[in-house]
Ligand binder design. Sequence first.
Ligand code: R5P
Length: 338
Amino acid sequence: MTPVDKRPGTPAMRLILPLPGNEIFARRLADEGGWELGAMETRRFPDGETYVRILSEVKDKAVDLVCTLARPDDGFLRLIFAADAARDLGARQVNLVAPYLSYMRQDRRFQPGEAVTSRSFARLVSSSFDRLLTVDPHLHRYPALSPLYTMPTDTLHAAPLLADWIAAEVDKPLIIGPDEESDQWVSAIAARIGAPHAVLRKVRHGDRHVEVKLPDLSKWRGRQPVLADDIASSGNTLIEAARQLPLQGFVRPVVAVVHAIFADDSFQRLAALCDRIVSTDSVPHESNSVRLASLVGNAIASAPHDEGDLIRHRRPPEELDEVKQVGFDSFPASDPPS
Ligand code: R5P
């Protein structure tokens, strides 16, 4: 009889365990790798506290808790309790698969007295998990997750998948980023499909108030504009950009976004200005058209299997720019100063 391969990456020893609301993504991931799909029970006690019970056997397994972190505040304690329970019950590794990683945008103290939540959040997550895998975290002032997270992290990119969708579905696209930060995504998408690209200018005046200015795009008139961005949060960045394009004689844009948060009625307001809106399934949403399971599954399968590797990678946080030395910027969170 062939001995069972007990490395955590192998099907027998890995458990994909969804937090509530992540069952569909977790099932696709488990199918992708031929891994076991687990289950847990959670509820609120009458006093509002959280009950967590893992219903699957975790002993000696690599356990991947699957939890997108859009709107994280309600379920965060539940996630930490589940990670601790998996470890108590004998899991060999407890990993977090968070297709969307929250609290990446308050990465400086923009006003005196503000909490730098990206750091606090990273510290809490790093203390509960052995490894983090995520897709297109909002890396702007931090070049990578390593200054924040003190465990091994895998950062995956959805741009090639969005690019392939655009190549298959859109004729003569012009890829447009709504602000300078989006240049990294739009240039990657445009290069992959051999399309031209342009980047707009954005000034953020508040959490929901942005101003978007278009350069002269007239030389590309006749092309189908495709607005591409990492996050639709309040949605106003994309709404403002979509509003401006017809003023230069373009048809209604297609929108391709990685993380479809779409607060309040922003999706409906954007849809009224667009031809189509597509997103990845990093955040469950009606616009999801591009699946990430294969990208994420391949990354899980190729992650190092040796627990020694995890221990070697654990390290104190890297030196950050001292917030006090940097001083206070006068612009609100989320975007760079103009
Ligand atoms: C810029 O910081 C990001 O790439 C997004 O453009 C931004 O987070 C979108 O935010 P909102 O949808 O709230 O305008």
